[in-house]
Design a binder for this molecule. Structure first.
Ligand SMILES: Nc1ncnc2c1ncn2[C@@H]1O[C@H](COP(=O)(O)OP(=O)(O)O)[C@@H](O)[C@H]1O
Ligand SMILES: [Mg+2]
Length: 157
C-alpha cells in the first residue's frame, strides 16, 4: 500500500500522471471518494500520463468517455448507475479486458463486478486543499505497479 498527502489539485493531477505513465492495457483503476474529493482531477492526470491530449472532464451524465492516448483510455463515472447490474448493460467486460486502460470513478457502486486484479485508489479530504491518496493493489500486477509508483511519489515518510 502507498499513502500520499496531496496539498493542491495540481499535485493530485501530477500523481495521476505518474500512474498514467506506468499503466498498461487491461489495467483497471478504481477510484473511491466523496463528491469533491478529487477523483476527476486525478483522472485528468492519468489521462495526461497516458498521452491523451484532449480535455478530460467528468463523464457523470455520459457514464463513459473514451479517449485515445498511447492506449485507449476509458473514463467511467458510475455514480448514476443504480448498481452492478446496470454495469452489464454498459458492456463493461469489453473495457476491462480490452485494449485500453479503464478508470472508474465511484467504483464502490459496482463493486460486485470489479476484477480480481485491479488498483483501488481511495481519496479522502483532510481539509480545504489537503487530500489523502491511498493506493491499494489487488493482485500481483498492481503490487508491482504500486512499488514502481512509490519510487516516483515522495511520501515524506
Ligand atoms: N489536493 C487537491 N486535490 C484535488 N482536488 C482538490 C485539492 N484541493 C482542493 N481541491 C478541489 O476539490 C475539487 C475536486 O473536484 P473533482 O476532481 O471534480 O472531485 P470528484 O471527481 O471527486 O468529485 C476541486 O474543486 C478542486 O479544486
Ligand atoms: Mg468526478
Amino acid at each position: 500500500m502507498l499513502e500520499f498527502v496531496s496539498h493542491s489539485p495540481e499535485e493530485t493531477r501530477r500523481v495521476g500522471e505518474l500512474l498514467g505513465q506506468l499503466a498498461k492495457p487491461e489495467d483497471v483503476l478504481c477510484l473511491y471518494g466523496d463528491l469533491g474529493a478529487g477523483k476527476t482531477h486525478f483522472s485528468q492526470g492519468v489521462a495526461k500520463g497516458l498521452g491523451v491530449e484532449e480535455y478530460v472532464n467528468s463523464p457523470t451524465f455520459t457514464l463513459i468517455n473514451e479517449y485515445q492516448g498511447h492506449y485507449p483510455f476509458y473514463h467511467m463515472d458510475v455514480y448514476r448507475l443504480g448498481d452492478a447490474d446496470d454495469m452489464a448493460d454498459l458492456g463493461y467486460e469489453e473495457y476491462f479486458y480490452g485494449e485500453g486502460v479503464t478508470l472508474i470513478e465511484w467504483a464502490d457502486v459496482v463493486k460486485e463486478v470489479l476484477p480480481d486484479s485491479r488498483l483501488d485508489i481511495e481519496i479522502t479530504s483532510l481539509g480545504e486543499t489537503e487530500r489523502q491518496l491511498r493506493f491499494i493493489p489487488v493482485g500481483s500486477r498492481f503490487e508491482n505497479l504500486v512499488e514502481e509508483l512509490s519510487k516516483f511519489v515522495h511520501t515524506g515518510n
